[in-house]
Write a protein that binds this ligand. Structure first.
Ligand SMILES: C[S@@+](CC[C@H](N)C(=O)[O-])C[C@H]1O[C@@H](n2cnc3c(N)ncnc32)[C@H](O)[C@@H]1O
Length: 242
């Protein structure tokens, strides 16, 4: 009789947590994000109610969770990545708390570091970057991200939800002081079989990433070069083995 706000990880079903799997296998209802891998939903009991949140507003999702909670069901609210990293899990928790519905939060593997890692980019490589600054590429009210603050962080920049606006974002970062030659990568479909990685300098990243599909993450900073070196090193190692 609880609503569990559960992170499903970045896509690869192998990155679901053990706790998430336990809850899925015993729940009465699931309300799933569209980014969640369909394989994961096969784990729920046959008689469980499965609802996709596709086409629902955030307010409708909040109301649905409260309604299911009031019916005394064990509900899994399955969200991509981690529920509290650009996932609006906080809003759902607040709505449940306001309605007096018990809830738990089950952290998930966020795209934040998992997607760069899947592309061999270590976001805090020692001696290269000791900070990571996160941002959404499109602020809710239509504002641009705070490019000055992102650049002032001085380390790796990870941008969510920016695929359609890469040219504007790159221009904003350069205007805020990043050199055109700063390394950048776009990782699309990270951790999934269809994963694609594009690397370019900041000035060329929008053009290089044309044609990639969502979900995609932008990573900016010298750690991208470490990723490129790692990829080359692995390829060479495999060639020697072969
Ligand atoms: C609404 S946010 C949700 C983030 C999620 N809560 C997390 O912790 O990863 C969706 C954005 O996350 C990023 N993202 C999520 N999964 C991804 C993946 N498998 N590959 C690349 N980017 C991903 C993309 O920027 C996408 O537009």
């Amino acid at each position: 009789v609880t609503v569990h706000l559960v992170g499903a990880g970045p896509g690869d079903p192998g990155l679901l947590t053990v706790r998430a799997l336990e809850l899925l296998r015993s729940c009465d209802a699931v309300v799933a994000d569209t980014l969640v891998c369909p394989d994961v939903l096969r784990e729920v009991p046959d008689d469980a109610l499965v609802v996709s949140r596709a086409g629902m507003s955030q307010e409708q999702v909040n109301e649905l969770l409260v309604r299911l909670g009031r019916r005394g069901l064990d509900v899994v609210r399955l969200k991509g990545g981690d529920p509290f990293v650009f996932g609006r899990g906080g809003e759902e928790a607040l709505a449940l708390a306001a309605a007096g519905i018990p809830f738990t939060v089950v952290p998930g593997v966020s795209a934040l570091a998992a997607v760069p890692a899947a592309a061999l980019i270590p976001v805090t490589h020692r001696g290269v970057a000791h900070t990571v600054t996160l941002s959404t590429g499109r602020a809710e009210n239509g504002d641009e991200p705070d490019y000055d603050a992102l650049v002032a962080g001085g380390g790796t920049i990870v941008l969510f939800m920016g695929l359609g606006r890469l040219a504007v974002i790159a221009a904003g970062l350069m205007q805020a002081g990043l050199p055109q030659s700063t390394a950048a990568a776009v990782v699309a479909g990270g951790t999934l079989p269809e994963q694609e990685v594009v690397v370019a300098d900041l000035a060329g990243i929008a053009e290089a990433a044309e044609g990639l599909s969502s979900p995609a993450l932008l990573v900016v900073g010298d750690v991208v070069r470490v990723g490129v070196a790692l990829k080359q090193a692995t390829e060479t190692a495999f060639q020697h083995q072969g």
